[in-house]
Design a protein around this ligand. Structure first.
Ligand code: NAD
Length: 296
């Protein structure tokens, strides 16, 4: 029997822990963790994502401010906003929603965020700390995947792990975390020649390709643990509207995998909970360093 990993439940537990941590911090220091989101332009999915992040932050007792800026915003104006937020002693987390419009250089923008407030973990300093076993801020989606994997399997040491996808946001940091946990890590991507053979060797599989139904159930090693990060909108079989599916053929994986995350309801909720945990950690660290102010 294949266990369905309940990411929603785990995320609710984590959110409660983060809320309690925020309350403790407020009691001890007067600091209320504050998240600032920046959205440039009108991408519909991005709008939903930033709104959700801000709402969840408020729901667990954090403060949150959302900047929604015009699609034709200049890079200089965005950098000026980031500089002001870096200097603002009441701000603990700065999130620039990706993608950015073409006139703005993503790399320059991400590098302009104070690494201590870079709660997405995309600043080169945090990327480097992750790659060199340091103690930086870790990207939310891979952190959420690790929590689910560790809850499922305990120690991951010595397991063969396959990560499908090597984006800066999911695949690469995921592979770093698995390496740190003692896995033997393979990374597959769009140029990989024989994906089925690689999948068959994996004790645990994390798929972040954004390719609906890419991974067939019959490819899986029997008893594998499967984390499906993919969020793909596809037409419903009856042609009536659309639905969200993962990268893995869920129905085929049932009965073959030991455990699998559903889409939706698996990794997605964990991402937001981990984001808020990152905001809390940043606030705690900034407070300990005397780099932030109590809420007015
Ligand atoms: P991306 O497009 O930046 O990267 C996709 C990666 O997958 C690339 O490295 C590419 O080489 C690889 N890939 C694509 N098609 C492939 C194929 N057919 N075979 C093998 N490799 C292939 O995407 P991303 O930002 O990393 O996101 C990946 C997926 O995860 C998307 O569906 C996205 O919506 C989803 N996502 C979910 C969450 C969440 O919270 N659950 C968070 C971030 C991203």
């Amino acid at each position: 029997d294949t266990r369905i990993i309940d990411g929603r439940l785990r995320a609710e537990t984590l959110s409660r822990e983060v809320a309690a941590g925020a309350e403790r911090l407020r009691g001890a220091t007067g600091v209320v963790p504050k998240l600032v989101t920046i959205l440039v332009g009108e991408d519909p999915a991005s709008k939903i994502y930033v709104r959700r992040k801000a709402e969840h932050a408020r729901a667990i007792g954090m403060r949150s401010v959302s900047h929604h800026l015009d699609a034709d915003l200049s890079e200089a104006a965005l950098l000026a906003l980031i500089a002001a937020l870096n200097a603002d002693r009441e701000v603990h987390g700065i999130l620039v929603q990706l993608p950015l419009p073409p006139q703005i250089d993503r790399v320059r923008v991400l590098a302009a965020i104070d690494p201590a407030k870079d709660i997405d973990g995309f600043h080169p300093m945090n990327v480097g700390l992750l790659a060199s076993d340091g103690d930086g801020i870790v990207p939310c989606t891979p952190r959420g995947c690790m929590m689910l994997l560790e809850a499922e399997l305990g120690s991951l040491q010595g397991l063969n792990a396959l990560v499908v996808g090597c984006s800066n946001i999911v695949g690469r940091p995921m592979a770093q975390l698995l390496l740190r946990a003692g896995c033997t890590v393979s990374i597959a991507h769009i140029h990989t020649r024989d994906l089925p053979t690689l999948v068959a060797t994996a004790d645990l599989l994390v798929s972040a390709a954004g390719a609906p139904g890419l991974i067939r159930g019959g490819w899986l090693k029997p008893g594998a643990t499967v984390i499906d990060v993919g969020i793909n909108r596809v037409p419903k079989p009856d042609g009536d509207g659309t639905r969200i599916v993962g990268d893995v053929r869920f129905d085929e994986a049932l009965g073959r995998a030991a455990a699998i995350t559903p889409v939706p309801g698996g990794v997605g909720p964990m991402t937001i909970a981990c984001l808020l945990d990152n905001v809390l950690r940043s606030a705690e660290r900034l407070a300990a360093e005397g780099r932030c102010a109590a809420a007015a």
